[in-house]
Write a protein that binds this ligand. Structure first.
Ligand code: E4P
Length: 217
């Protein structure tokens, strides 16, 4: 499973990218607003750091405007994936932009039916939002599983990009289901390293190291 980091914060992207933990980046208007930076400028900087796809989201609601914005975003760098919302206009924009050879990420997906339409419109990525479904007492992981089954049934090439990930558990469950990509905040990716028995075991080793005066350097 590929890891995308879900942020527009350059220091977080650099730290994970240097460790080989980043296969791409996703941004959205809320993350761009949080960064306090100009969308074109910060997106360009991210594209210069990361080799993989960098999702940059359109900010209009009509297909024509989304297409114009998508073309402008796509000119930033070769690794831009234009992100469009899963509306009828967004699907129209997806079809046009993907026919023109751009990577397109269709976002705000909350149902299997929406995911089928995105695949038929030529989406490179479909972004089902796990956490926001869990927030309203639905099962976000079940949606990832349903989309995996449907895409495999028909050989759709659209990649499942599990989004709105809130925990390390979401990451391993997505990997078990077979999501192609998971995008998560940097703190969630880093939390995958944590285990209470690792901490406990290390504390025991450190106590013995101190007692025995073991030194290597
Ligand atoms: C990624 O593409 C999405 O914009 C993001 O994962 C949304 O996450 P949130 O529900 O935590 O805002």
């Amino acid at each position: 499973m590929k890891f995308f980091v879900d942020t527009a914060e350059i220091d977080q992207i650099k730290e994970l990218n240097d460790l080989g933990m980043v296969d791409g980046v996703t941004t959205n208007p809320s993350l761009i607003a949080k960064s306090g930076r100009d969308i074109l400028e910060v997106t360009k900087e991210i594209c210069s750091i990361v080799d993989g796809p960098v999702s940059a989201e359109v900010v209009s609601l009509t297909a024509d405007d989304m297409i114009a914005e998508g073309r402008k975003l796509a000119k930033i760098a070769d690794n831009i994936a234009v992100k469009v919302p899963l509306t009828w206009d967004g699907l129209k924009a997806c079809k046009t932009l993907s026919d023109e050879g751009n990577m397109v990420n269709v976002t705000l997906c909350f149902s299997a039916n929406q995911a089928i339409l995105a695949a038929k419109a030529g989406a490179t990525f479909i972004s089902p939002f796990i956490g926001r479904l869990d927030d309203i007492n639905l099962d976000g992981l079940e949606l990832i599983d349903d989309i995996r089954t449907i895409y495999d049934n028909y050989g759709y090439e659209t990649q499942i990009l599990a989004a709105s990930i809130r925990s390390a558990n979401h990451m391993s469950e997505c990997a078990k289901i077979g999501a192609d990509v998971a995008t998560a905040p940097a703190n969630v990716i880093k939390s995958m390293a944590n285990h209470v028995l690792t901490d406990k075991g290390l504390a025991g080793f450190m106590a013995d190291i101190e007692k025995a005066g073991i030194k290597i350097l």
